[in-house]
Design a protein around this ligand. Structure first.
Ligand code: PCA
Length: 208
């Protein structure tokens, strides 16, 4: 199997984004399956096109996109992506949307195609914080997540995919005045790898 795993570039004044820092630490092969890693630009308009190209080119069995959610207190697989772009800040290309659809005429929402409850159970069993999230917000992460699920729904029905938000990394909060929850980058990478093992296991179960 081939699995595309993406993280985002830094944004909002940060110098790192723990989502891609964690992706970089993943092995290239997990249980014999190829992990294709990609850093996504924080751009509403560029990241969906890039993902579309990656999926057409690599024909993966699964796609897992990751992003940073400041203030989250756990690794949070997202249950839903909504058809809404609305940002309180511009993206890294200077684009800011207010109450726009991600895909005009698309459905209001898509549900994940990842085994999110099983992932959370596996995280908790390993002593790592995890819960299912029911909102990925309305910024670029939700936009990418919606595009991914729309692509699966309309073009690649056998592909499993979805989005996972991760908290700040410890290095990001060091110099912040506010006390914020954070995890070591290595710990985030371990959590992501547990989610990928769970995904592989559930795909194996489904094919039997
Ligand atoms: N988090 C932002 C965009 C990029 C990222 O890592 C979000 O939650 O939308």
């Amino acid at each position: 199997m081939r699995i595309i795993v993406t993280g985002f570039a830094p944004f909002g004044g940060e110098t790192v984004n723990p989502s891609y820092e964690a992706v970089k630490l993943l092995p290239d092969i997990i249980e014999g399956h190829q992990i294709i890693k990609l850093e996504m630009p924080v751009s509403y308009d560029v990241c969906p096109a890039l993902l579309e190209w990656m999926v057409a080119h690599y024909r993966p069995d699964a796609v897992v996109c990751l992003g940073q959610a400041s203030g989250r207190t756990a690794i949070t697989p997202e249950y839903v992506a909504i058809n809404l772009k609305h940002g309180s800040i511009p993206d890294n290309s200077g684009v800011r949307y207010a109450d726009q659809p991600v895909i005009p005429d698309g459905p209001a929402a898509y549900f994940t195609k990842l085994p999110v409850r099983r992932m959370v159970a596996a995280l908790q069993a390993a002593g790592l914080p995890g819960f299912v999230s029911y909102s990925a917000g309305t910024f670029v992460c939700n936009c990418l997540s919606y595009h991914l699920l729309h692509m699966i729904d309309t073009k690649y029905p056998t592909v499993k995919g979805g989005f996972i938000h991760v908290p700040y990394s410890t290095e990001q909060v060091k110099n912040k005045c506010l006390k914020m929850f954070a995890m070591e980058t290595e710990e985030i990478a371990k959590a992501v790898s547990i989610c990928l093992h769970t995904l592989i296991e559930s795909m194996r179960d489904a094919s039997q």
